[in-house]
Write a protein that binds this ligand. Structure first.
Ligand code: G3P
Ligand code: MG
Length: 236
């Protein structure tokens, strides 16, 4: 991620508008389209950290049941769309090879933070830059736990709504950013986040006019299923 950039293009679940979400194909597509950062969702199965959004398998794969009850070997046999398997976090790190920033969203809260911290510590030892990671979650206590274990890696508090105390939760977490749902891009929330020295990113924005409007409001970047649209808009 280039910290000097004033508006970040963040590929949502890779490039979900172009390829099956949260697959290596989707993540690779987002990288090729020029996203500054790729967002994907991580949760625990029985024996691995896997990249999948829902707690259940039905919507995005041809499997059934809960992700947390499955073994990785069994998840591997499933089709997550266009013949793509469900990837592990490890595989995403190998694919991205430190060439793009990654926003890892913690979806499960049963020790996921500890396992992700362990994986990122190993990745940093392998050459990843600390600022190439942004770890986020709606589950703020899980994110807090991550921050205690790997304080040098930036985190972002995820909220869906406008908190009563504005961006205070992000400050309390020692976060670098507040990630909000675009519909709640209240100018007072944006001003409060900036006043606290935070970046503020909005999800999920696919229409060029809306991307431009959020940038004009002072939002620092957007998550999009179509990172190519953000890149085109920024190019002019
Ligand atoms: O991290 C931004 C966005 O991905 C949060 O919502 O449901 O798409 O994971 P969701
Ligand atoms: Mg997500």
């Amino acid at each position: 991620m280039d910290p000097s950039k004033d508006f970040l293009c963040i590929g949502h679940r890779g490039a979900r508008g172009h390829a099956p979400e949260n697959t290596l194909l989707s993540i690779d597509t987002g990288i090729r389209m020029g996203a500054d950062m790729i967002e994907f969702d991580v949760q625990r199965c029985v024996d691995e950290l896997v990249v999948i959004h829902d707690p259940r398998l039905e919507r995005t794969t041809n499997g059934r049941g809960r992700v947390r009850d499955a073994r990785f070997d069994d998840l591997r046999r499933l089709d997550a769309g266009q013949g793509q398997p469900i990837p592990s976090l490890r595989e995403v790190l190998e694919l991205a090879e430190a060439q793009v920033a990654l926003n890892i969203e913690l979806k499960s809260a049963d020790g996921t933070a500890a396992l992700v911290a362990q994986a990122l510590r190993a990745a940093i030892n392998d050459g990843w830059g600390i600022s190439q990671f942004l770890v986020s979650s709606f589950h703020l206590p899980e994110l807090y736990e991550f921050k205690q274990m790997l304080p040098e890696v930036p985190v972002a508090a995820l909220v869906c709504g406008v908190p009563l105390d504005w961006a205070a939760c992000a400050t309390e977490l020692g976060a670098q950013a507040l990630n909000i749902s675009a519909e709640f891009a209240d100018p007072r929330l944006i001003a409060d986040a900036h006043g606290r020295g935070l970046k503020i990113y909005a999800y999920t924005v696919n229409h060029p006019e809306e991307i431009a409007a959020l940038r004009d409001l002072g939002i620092d970047g957007v998550f999009s299923d179509y990172p190519d649209r953000v890149v085109s808009m920024l190019a002019g």
